[in-house]
Design a protein around this ligand. Structure first.
Ligand code: PLP
Length: 382
């Protein structure tokens, strides 16, 4: 087989499917084992689950590398561990990291409270001012970090334009692709060096495990692996097995989630109870053209601003029956949350307002339910 396989096929069979021996399982078994028998006298790398070389860990890493079009990939115990290790792999004491201001609150807190301890400076840029990136570069800037589709305003960051700057200046470009999934956007094909994802979200897709992944060149993944072996956040074999099972239906789930999100965004845009609807599939969204150019689909996440503020948001949430009031996203079940109390809790009210996420803002993660039932639930709660 020489033709590059499609994403659904890679997600199900890996990028180099092979015919297994007779009577072997069709599905990877769970290797719930910390360690593996060593051949006597062998000086080969030992198999040990903290090392990331348990067969369940390798099976999903190989599959994810295929989905992102990367040389290699590695899974770790959470999206936060993936973000931390990916940055520590490319940054050294004295380096400066230039980050998008529109990022997950947990990542922002990691940068602001922890990176200083390693002698790494971090500063922020509003990504809708393209010239600001160049202006913000310092002599010690070593890397740029962005989220491709931002949380919770669903703004689209122009990754190819930023990749031009990182190439010119010899910097590393790290992209968190969590909100997109590789079905929608593959940052490495647009000039990024490293892609980070919270596999808790679309890759697994069932809201039942915590996991993260990093994909990039073999040398970057080798360095991340070295750090993972020392710092220790490897993924448990059972979580890895569930991730493999989840990944097999990635394309199917994401296609349905995108369709549901578009229908909900179009419906919400006609309701006066919402003063703004943030969804890049709407022609009124400021990044609609960029999303159309860069992405396959517009995503499964919708930002809803309640015209009546916090009180209206609370009333609306209290009357939902199907859509679950919970943080996190991208599972088959629809989830809704208030970023002021969840992803952006660590960011002060003033900065939240400045970021365009005032109180009364709701973030809806569209699941795979029947659209008529979702719309009936949302309309009933209004
Ligand atoms: C964009 C983004 N990146 C990273 C993370 C962290 O992922 P995890 O919760 O798996 O550690 C999150 C969590 O919500 C996220 O939304």
């Amino acid at each position: 087989m020489t033709k590059r396989l499609g994403l659904s096929t890679i997600a199900i069979h890996g990028r180099t499917p092979h015919r297994g021996a007779d009577w072997t399982p069709a599905v990877t078994p769970i290797y719930q084992s910390a360690t593996f028998r060593n051949p006597l006298g062998s000086d080969a790398d030992v198999l040990y689950t903290r090392y990331g070389n348990n067969p369940n860990q390798r099976a999903i890493a190989e599959r994810y590398a295929g989905l992102e079009g990367a040389e290699d990939a590695i899974f770790v115990a959470s999206g936060m561990a993936a973000t931390a290790l990916a940055h520590l792999a490319v940054l050294r004491p004295g380096d400066h990291l230039l980050a998008s201001r529109w990022i997950y609150g947990g990542t922002r807190t990691l940068f602001d409270t922890e990176f200083g301890r390693f002698g790494i400076e971090v500063s922020y840029v509003d990504p809708d001012h393209p010239r600001a990136w160049r202006k913000a570069l310092r002599p010690n800037t070593r890397a740029i970090f962005v989220e491709a589709l931002t949380n919770p305003l669903m703004r689209v960051v122009d990754v190819p334009a930023i990749a031009k700057i990182t190439r010119e200046h010899g910097l590393a470009l790290l992209v968190d692709g969590t909100f997109c999934s590789p079905v929608m956007f593959r940052p490495l094909e647009h000039g990024a060096d490293i892609v980070i994802t919270s596999a808790t979200k679309y890759l697994n897709g069932h809201s039942d495990i915590i996991a993260g992944a990093i994909a990039g060149s073999s040398s970057v993944i080798e360095e991340v692996t070295r750090l993972m072996r020392l710092w220790g956040p490897s993924i448990d074999p059972h979580a890895a097995w569930l991730t493999e099972r989840g990944m097999k239906t990635l394309s199917l789930r994401v296609e349905r989630q995108h369709r549901n999100a578009m229908a909900i965004a179009q419906w919400a845009a006609t309701r006066p109870a919402f003063s703004a609807v943030h969804y890049p599939g709407l022609t009124t969204h400021p990044d609609h053209a960029l999303a159309t150019e860069l992405f396959s689909g517009y995503g499964g996440m919708v930002g809803l601003m309640m015209a009546g503020g916090v009180e209206a948001a609370q009333r609306f949430l209290a009357h939902l029956r199907l859509v679950t009031h919970a943080p996190s996203l991208a599972g088959v079940e629809s989830l809704i949350c208030e970023p002021r109390l969840t992803s952006h809790k660590g960011v002060g009210a003033e900065e939240r307002e400045a970021l365009g996420i005032p109180d009364g803002f709701l973030r809806l993660s569209c699941g795979c339910e029947d659209i008529d039932d979702l719309l009936a639930d949302l309309a009933g709660a209004l």
